[in-house]
Write a protein that binds this ligand. Structure first.
Ligand code: PGA
Length: 251
């Protein structure tokens, strides 16, 4: 049985004091909620403060990006060990905004997965097609390539520790959600791909979450799909009440 996984991707939002406020409120509101892994991914500058606040709570901490080198002359980058040291357990890799604005590719995704797994951080790896690719009936081809290249050489033990996020680019921050059927189709494709390339057992273990304009009002329908195991939430994770309602509706 796969445990529900809901992560808030705060993107480039929230100062440290705003982070403290939001985390304190979330902690109060979700303390009794069970049966779901709840994760927040604040900006780098707030991670350490957030880590202190979520200790002994049922909220996990993740970062939004990482570099694959251990250390050295890479001005502006943050290493896997630095994230671990700041208190992170998870890290988002290959988000479409990183692919679009910062040149992230399937190749850098793979490097990052290997680097973070070597310090036992859990990668949340994003895949998804653009609107143009969907319109040109290229969705499956694009996702397959992202999986094939992004997970090249990743063994069964390590794939089990990855969370895959299907995020159609056209649904991110646009208010346009994939219909539950559209999302389920791709989630099933990803699970079948894991079964074919690895094993049936593994395909049943790996959590595949959906992202793209998830909110309290559509969470239930999306989460009730057989192959959707949670959500990666942007906009609706920036306010305590919205995020908590979304989580409750997902259970
Ligand atoms: P959104 O973002 O919920 O604001 O669409 C999701 C994401 O980018 O992870």
């Amino acid at each position: 049985m796969r445990k529900l996984f809901i992560a808030g991707n705060w993107k480039m939002n929230k100062t440290i004091s705003e982070t403290v406020e939001l985390v304190n409120s979330l902690k109060r509101e979700v303390s009794d909620i069970e049966g779901v892994d709840i994760v927040i991914c604040p900006g780098f500058t707030s991670l350490s403060e957030a880590a202190d606040l979520v200790i002994d709570s049922n909220i996990g901490l993740g970062a939004q990006n990482v570099y694959w080198q251990e250390k050295g002359a890479f001005t502006g980058e943050v290493s896997p060990m630095m994230l671990k040291d700041a208190g992170c357990k998870y890290v988002i890799i290959g988000h479409s905004e990183r692919r679009k604005y910062f040149g992230e590719t399937n190749d850098t995704v793979l490097k990052k997965i290997n680097a973070v797994q070597s310090v036992r951080l859990i990668p949340i790896v994003c895949v998804g097609e653009t609107l143009e690719e969907r319109d040109n009936k290229k969705t499956i081809e694009v996702i397959e390539k992202q999986l094939q290249d992004g997970f090249k050489g990743i063994n069964e033990d390590n794939l089990e520790k990855i969370i895959i996020a299907y995020e159609p680019v056209w649904a991110i921050g646009t208010g346009k959600t994939a219909t539950p059927e559209q999302a389920e189709e791709i989630h099933k494709f990803i699970r079948d791909w894991i079964q074919e390339k690895y094993s049936l057992d593994l395909s049943e273990e790996v959590r595949i979450i959906y992202g793209g304009s998830v909110k309290a009002s559509n969470a239930k329908e999306l989460m009730s799909q057989k192959n959707i195991d949670g959500a990666l939430v942007g906009g609706a994770s920036l306010e305590s009440q919205l995020f908590v309602e979304l989580i409750k509706n997902s259970l």
